[in-house]
Design a protein around this ligand. Structure first.
Ligand SMILES: [Cu+2]
Length: 153
């Protein structure tokens, strides 16, 4: 290909690239590593975890489920040496391209009064609602606490 032809093609190629960007689909959120922590049948609530990655700035605003009374978005932190949980009324902000990790000891979904116990091998269906991205319903498999990275007692 000669230089003159390249020069003629360049604007065409640039246009093609712009067209592609403008066609970008609805904002989307990728969910990986979804799981709920196994709990005894009598547990009044269970914790569910996942990694969220939004393509564009977004927010997890609510979680709904038919598997329990309700689901709340919680954070956990140590205050005065005591682990405290609190509901995040505004949900969790998701910065574009940055993974938000929900995990034991930190951010989590609190499933309150589950209708069935969180037993290993079962799963919990949760619907995640976002400020911009379409909501997503997915199954969270119930597992025991992962041993990796844990500490010995
Ligand atoms: Cu909680």
């Amino acid at each position: 290909m000669n230089a003159k032809l390249l020069a003629m093609l360049a604007p065409v190629l640039m246009l093609a690239a712009c067209g592609k960007a403008a066609e970008a689909a609805l904002p989307s959120v990728t969910i990986t590593n979804a799981w709920c922590r196994a709990a005894p049948a009598v547990a009044p609530a269970g914790g569910c975890y996942m990694t969220l990655k939004a393509a564009a700035d977004d927010r997890l605003v609510a979680v709904e489920t038919k598997a329990a009374d309700r689901a709340e978005i919680h954070t956990m932190s140590v205050e005065d040496g005591i682990m405290r949980m609190r509901e995040l009324e505004d949900g969790i902000a998701l910065a574009a391209g940055q993974a938000a990790q929900l995990k034991p000891g930190g951010l989590h979904i609190m499933v309150i009064k589950p209708k069935a116990p969180f037993t290993v091998g079962s799963s919990v269906t949760l619907t995640l609602k976002f400020a911009k991205a379409p909501s997503q319903t997915l199954q969270f498999p119930v597992r025991t606490m992962p041993a990796a990275g844990g500490h010995q007692h």
